[in-house]
Design a protein around this ligand. Sequence first.
Ligand code: AP5
Length: 224
Amino acid sequence: MRIILLGAPGSGKGTQSQLLMKSHGVPQISTGDLLREAVAKRTALGLRAKSAMDAGRLVDDATVLGMIRERLTQPDAAEGFILDGFPRNIAQAEALDVLLRELAKPLEAVVLMDLDLKVLFKRLTGRRICEDCGRVFNILTAPPGTPPHCPKCGDSPRLIQRPDDKEEVIGKRLDVYEAQTKPLIEYYEAAGLLRVVNADAPVEAVFANLQAAVGAAAPVTAVD
Ligand code: AP5
């Protein structure tokens, strides 16, 4: 399986990538996660990226492309990958085409996670993350229970909000999506790769639609 999950912030790319990763045995490659890891470790790249991320802007293409090249050439990506949050603009898509040609690993599908703006906003403002294990909850759509419980870390998990999930930053991220990322829909439609999934449904239903959309891209094994 070699696919891209395309969609606005909060459309469920990360949630669905995790499920696909478990069922298809290929890595989720999320530029957002790679960048957040670099920020947390305070690497030079992370320090460079932080201000753009906190303000809801895109990190510069050269930084992101360098990261993607390094990640896609690691052994676990040899049998496939799920790109989550990359590419984000036409320049990144063109650079990805060149890189995948070089690696002789053409894309099989680009899946657009289609969701209304109002729902996106609710999902982003409600998202909380377990600070210890990184598990994603949503206090509005998938609460961690009362009292809160994390399946991995137990009771009373430390739930935090991503800095860019604050209301004032969400608007900027959605504007960036409209201006820079949305043109990719036409780009991949023209390439004959685009498939659209209705992302406004419970997680399991979206996953079933996604499986159908990616079809026979790879054999399916059990989801735990
Ligand atoms: P990134 O981390 O990629 O964020 P994003 O694209 O804005 O996407 P999100 O992670 O916010 O949402 P998602 O679609 O994964 O949704 P999720 O599954 O978590 O990027 C962050 C920043 O990094 C960017 O702003 C930029 O600065 C930088 N960056 C990253 N990539 C870059 C690139 N290529 N170039 C330049 N800069 C880059 O779900 C959201 C919430 O909804 C969760 O709480 C979840 O539990 C809930 N939920 C999910 N599915 C459902 C469902 N079906 N029903 C109900 N609730 C659901």
